[in-house]
Design a protein around this ligand. Structure first.
Ligand code: NDP
Length: 448
């Protein structure tokens, strides 16, 4: 230790870095973390958390409308973006404080500045201070990818969307993945005219085809416009500040805001990785082994910077496994099998395990059970959208290998059901469980 200022120096105080720092310090290591922006990282500051709060806000549009069918005399309501925005940002400040406190309470030294690796055991801070550490952990996250074409600088990304001065009347969302579909729902519920532009006709690649189709159909019914097979050509800012977006295969479109949701790129540039020999993979992410160790013995990496599974709970598990293994005397590796995921679209999607297509390719014999139904509340509300639950089973053993849902509260329901899928239970085990009536979740034990 005498040769080093710290046992562990962590670069990035996001989900993975914070967990690794806190736990390593709790195990007795002397830990420092450098964060150039705000403690909490993408998820807390400009991702999952503020996004989910906007989703809650957006839901009121439908709830207020539906309330009338349930006997409530709701006067015409007006949505005020600055109120929601400022309340959400205030909550982000609160969480930023809690995360900072969590590190400080565990005795972690926080450097609020950028750090660059200048040796296998050395980090140089933006202020010029040089710090030596026995182990370095890179948890620098990722940033939004913006396609390069004339005028693309006029667009914004998920980094800026939470701070918009005013609610745009017309929004173009580029991409067809998580962020695109979530914000399409949010802006549409707030009353903006939303056009989603994608380079193919596949939204949410990786999710089950039937579930994706259902979201597309419901989104279109709600008034979201989709433009497929479109490549951006240019964005021109006009005299009135509106943006004229040209793309292949479609007419130009005039909007007030362009939101790029076209994937995220690992933050590996300018970290000094090449000087010490930390290798990157073909996607520009840090190459690590199952113990999160990079190609340099003293340097590890967790979270989005390694581009394994870009999800907060995964980064947290990687940070935890790192701390347990290096400083806790409890070596273990993250189990990436059966990770549940959700898209907080309107309505939301949730999924765990194999899609029908994947199961057919891998297992050959599969059995598929579905329930296509209108949620009770939607029936009385006169809302015509239908939920879809789909269970994929191994045709030989009956083991449930995939569960895919779209409908109200699907992520809340799937989290519990994912335990059963992860545990390798069979369809019979679901069937043996008595339904909890009347719920939407009961469909899971009544699938035919
Ligand atoms: P996604 O990977 O989900 O989607 C990216 C979309 O952009 C795809 O439709 C992709 O098309 C398209 N695209 C990629 N590159 C280009 C390009 N050069 N030009 C035009 N279109 C392009 O990324 P997101 O940005 O939506 O989200 C980033 C990550 O953040 C997600 O992968 C996810 O891991 C995480 N996230 C998770 C959330 C959750 O758990 N609910 C919510 C938000 C983000 P194609 O399919 O053809 O590649």
């Amino acid at each position: 230790m005498s040769d080093y200022d710290f046992d562990l120096f962590v670069i990035g105080a996001g989900s993975g870095g914070t967990r690794a720092s806190r736990m390593s310090a709790a195990y007795g290591a002397k830990v420092a973390v450098a964060e150039e922006y705000r403690v909490g990282g993408t998820c807390v500051i400009r991702g999952c958390v503020p996004k989910k709060l906007l989703i809650f806000g957006a839901h009121f549009a439908e709830d207020l409308k539906d309330a009338r069918r349930f006997g409530w005399d709701v006067p015409d309501c007006r949505f005020d973006w600055p109120t929601l925005r400022d309340n959400v940002l205030a909550d982000v400040d609160r969480l930023n404080g809690l995360y900072t406190q969590g590190l400080e309470n565990n005795g972690v030294t926080i450097f609020h500045e950028r750090a660059t690796i200048t040796g296998p055991n050395e980090v140089t801070l933006a202020s010029g201070k040089v710090v030596r550490a026995k182990t370095i952990l890179i948890a620098a996250g990722a940033h939004p990818h913006v396609p390069s074409f004339p005028g693309s600088e006029h667009g914004i990304t998920s980094n800026e969307v939470f701070h918009l001065e005013t609610l745009p009347k017309r929004v173009l969302i580029a991409g067809g993945g998580y962020i695109a579909n979530e914000f399409a729902g949010i802006f549409n519920e707030f009353g903006s005219k939303v056009t989603l532009v994608n380079r193919t006709d596949v939204i949410l690649r990786g999710y089950d085809a039937q579930v994706r189709d259902r979201l597309l159909q419901i989104s279109m019914t709600k008034g979201i416009e989709f433009r497929f097979f479109a490549e951006f050509e240019k964005i021109e800012k006009q005299a009135d500040e509106s943006l004229l977006v040209s793309m292949s295969g479609h007419d130009p479109i005039e909007v007030d805001c362009v939101l790029f949701a076209t994937g995220r790129v690992p933050n590996t540039k300018g970290l000094g990785l090449e000087t010490v020999g930390v290798e990157l993979n073909e996607r520009g992410a840090i190459k690590v082994d199952a113990d999160n160790r990079s190609t340099v013995e003293s340097i590890y990496a967790v979270g989005d910077v390694t581009d394994r599974v870009q999800l907060t709970p995964v980064a947290i598990r990687e940070g935890q496994a790192f701390a347990d293994t290096l400083f806790g005397g409890k070596p273990h590796q993250v189990d990436y099998h059966c990770i549940p995921s959700a898209v907080f679209s309107h309505p939301p999607i949730a999924s765990v395990g194999m899609t029908e297509g994947e199961a057919r390719n891998k297992l050959g014999s599969v059995k598929v059970y579905t329930s296509d139904f209108r949620a009770m509340k939607n029936v009385l509300a006169g809302r015509h959208e239908r939920a879809l639950y789909k269970m994929i089973c191994d045709g030989v053993t009956g083991r449930v290998v995939g569960l895919h849902m779209i409908g109200p509260d699907a992520p809340e329901i799937l989290q519990a059901a994912a335990v059963a899928v992860k545990a390798g239970l069979t369809k019979d085990a679901f069937d043996a469980t008595v339904a909890l009536h009347p719920t939407m979740a009961e469909e899971l034990v009544l699938l035919k």
